[in-house]
Design a protein around this ligand. Structure first.
Ligand SMILES: [Ca+2]
Length: 360
């Protein structure tokens, strides 16, 4: 969890948030425009954090809007192909649900860590439904002009989290009951696809092998493999920066917007890149091979049953160095570890993961 509360801090806000910590209208629309509407109807997913300006000094203040932004691979999927952004081993992926718990901001003055503003609210949002312009989740008014550092969290969902309208009550309840950070429902498609579950673990039933093998494991035709996986990946991101410029600047009387950007393709990375993602290759056959009972859907239970060493696909193309979770004992742990690297800032801006900085 993030260290969002510091009892010794000097609160920048002269009053605590003026709107309820749990917005009364959980069915807010995705449209970010309400951020600029001061009426009560602008509540919903947008949290207005007002600060009393009186007594804050003569430096001037401005406001900050914090968006949740989806990398387009979450909303549009990833095509198979040979390009640097493609999945290279023939699979295309689309996401029907990409539910995440996100929020718990921790921002503080770059020049004085003790001047901070906590916005502890957490939202459970289907990131696959976030519009291209982003979804406004927080507005903080009355921030002193100057540079601020920015941190946020993808926590384990709990009952204090606010359900966004994009998430069904049933999915929200599952997230909270299991303490998940993500619930991902995606589908791999490949017209010549196959699934080759480790032979020692596979329970193929009546399925007939197609004659190919992966290592010593028989393969079975599979043109479509769904994966539905809930996972805890409680992670603190920050302080975030873009091109080594930290956080954001507030100008007197100005309005600043920043975005928490969740990337969607890291589960297909062949490693854990610590800086640029340029050298990464995206591969999905390993996930297709995790459908142990060949019923067409990979589950968390199946991922939990498989050790990485049992998947012939996880060969020397994959590098485990830099994983935020060690040891990588099962493919479920591997999945969770990749999810923990997905939080970014302003698109491709970097945020240290649980306090571990990126190497530039
Ligand atoms: Ca299965």
């Amino acid at each position: 969890m993030s260290n969002t509360s510091n009892p010794n801090a000097t609160k920048e806000t002269m009053t605590r948030p003026t709107s309820p910590t749990t917005p009364s209208t959980p069915d807010a629309r995705m449209n970010p425009t309400p951020v600029w509407r001061p009426s009560a109807s602008a509540a919903g997913s947008l949290l207005l954090l007002g600060a009393a300006l009186t007594g804050c000094g003569a430096e001037g203040t401005g406001s900050l809007t914090v968006l949740l932004e989806a990398e387009d691979v979450i909303t549009s999927g990833i095509e198979a192909g040979d390009g640097p952004e493609n999945i290279r081993d023939g699979w295309t992926v689309t996401f029907d649900r990409y539910i995440a718990a996100v929020g718990a901001l921790d921002i503080h003055r770059a020049s004085n860590e003790d001047v901070d503003v906590d916005a502890p609210e957490v939202f459970v949002v289907d990131v696959a439904q976030v519009p291209a312009t982003g979804l406004a989740l927080f507005q903080l008014d009355g921030l002193r002009a100057g540079r601020w550092e920015f941190n946020y969290t993808t926590p384990a969902a709990d009952e204090g989290a606010t359900r966004h309208a994009s998430v069904s009550q049933a999915d929200y309840d599952d997230m909270v009951a299991n303490g998940w950070t993500y619930l991902i429902d995606g589908t791999l498609r490949n017209p010549s696809g196959q699934s080759c579950p480790p032979v020692a673990l596979a329970t193929p039933g009546a399925a007939v092998p197609n004659g190919n093998v992966s290592g010593t494991s028989p393969c079975y035709d599979a043109t479509e493999v769904r994966f539905v996986v809930g996972a805890a990946a409680d992670t603190h991101y920050g302080p975030c920066e873009v091109d080594e410029v930290p956080g954001f600047a507030v100008t007197s009387g100005g309005s600043t917007t920043v975005a928490m950007t969740l990337h969607g393709d890291h589960i297909f990375f062949n490693g854990f890149p610590e800086s640029t993602e340029g050298g990464v290759t995206r591969l999905a056959q390993w996930l297709a091979d995790c459908d142990l009972n060949l019923d067409g859907t990979v589950t968390a239970e199946e991922l939990q049953a498989i050790a990485p060493s049992q998947l012939a696909e996880l060969d020397d193309r994959f590098q485990d160095g830099g994983s935020p979770i060690t040891p990588l004992d099962t493919m479920y742990t591997y999945f969770r570890a990749q999810l923990k690297t997905q939080g970014h800032f302003q698109g491709e801006g970097e945020c240290p993961v649980d306090g571990v900085g990126h190497v530039h």
